[in-house]
Design a protein around this ligand. Structure first.
Ligand SMILES: [Zn+2]
Ligand SMILES: [Zn+2]
Length: 245
């Protein structure tokens, strides 16, 4: 399904869907361009991310090129540690703190994706966190044989996890997990032990939307319902939202 068509169906999700599409385009373009870069050239990767950010978000490159100097000056290496970008000390007269944080989150996204190598199979079983980048995940797909694959919102790695279980407190008692379904049968699985939740969906939804992160956005109203009931989402979605009001 095309984003324009989904927006027509769900006009209340227009702005998150538009942002989703931009972040997706940014990530895809950066991934493609990374192929031609030598492994050790991290300044070149910074260039790729900033240039694509500039073109996708239609912000003149001159007004964000200072970020490259800031990154180099800070001694942080976003290729090794993408999350280090979030604490980059940026001052701006035009942008609010929230806008700066959002921008740094978006800029970090391609670097997280760069961490992942095609075909990696590592599971979420040991810690409940992404084995590639260490992030919590709040999204999972139920695949054939009724198995669960957790999906990392940052590096996008998918790895197996217990079919019944909370990735935060490892509660595996099905009577202590409550299920809520939305009208598309996307589920929220609420852990009654630690008060957190994850969302899950089946292959039917995947076939319809083709992207787990899009399904996560489509089901934002489910997050609102669940969070109103006091349950906590431990990780952000692809557009950097964790607390949804
Ligand atoms: Zn990850
Ligand atoms: Zn739990």
């Amino acid at each position: 399904m095309k984003i324009e068509d989904i927006i027509k169906e769900k006009p209340h999700l227009q702005s998150p869907l538009e942002l989703y599409e931009k972040i997706k385009t940014l990530t895809d373009q950066c991934k493609k361009e990374k192929e031609r870069v030598k492994l050790d050239s991290y300044t070149e990767l910074i260039d790729i991310v900033l240039k694509n950010f500039s073109s996708v978000f239609q912000i003149p490159y001159e007004s964000i090129s200072f970020l490259k100097d800031e990154i180099l000056k800070s001694g942080k290496n976003p290729v090794k540690d993408p999350a280090s970008l979030w604490s980059l000390p940026i001052q701006s007269e035009e942008l609010s703190r929230e806008e700066i944080d959002r921008m740094l989150f978006i800029l970090s996204k391609p670097f997280f994706v760069f961490l992942r190598k095609e075909g990696q199979k590592a599971s979420f079983m040991d810690t409940g966190k992404c084995p590639i980048c260490g992030t919590d995940s709040s999204l999972s797909m139920i695949v054939e044989n009724n198995e669960r694959v957790m999906i990392c919102p940052l590096c996008e790695h998918g790895g197996s996890f217990f079919r019944i279980g909370c990735p935060y407190c490892f509660n595996k008692n099905s009577t202590r997990i409550e299920i809520l379904l939305d009208e598309e049968e996307i589920r929220a699985e609420l852990c009654l032990e630690c008060n957190t939740y994850i969302k899950s969906f089946k292959e039917e939804q995947y076939i319809k939307y083709k992207d787990p992160f899009l399904i996560d956005i489509i089901s934002l109203p489910l997050d609102i319902v669940v969070q109103k009931r006091g349950y906590i989402r431990r990780s952000s979605n692809i557009i950097g939202l964790r607390i949804i009001e």
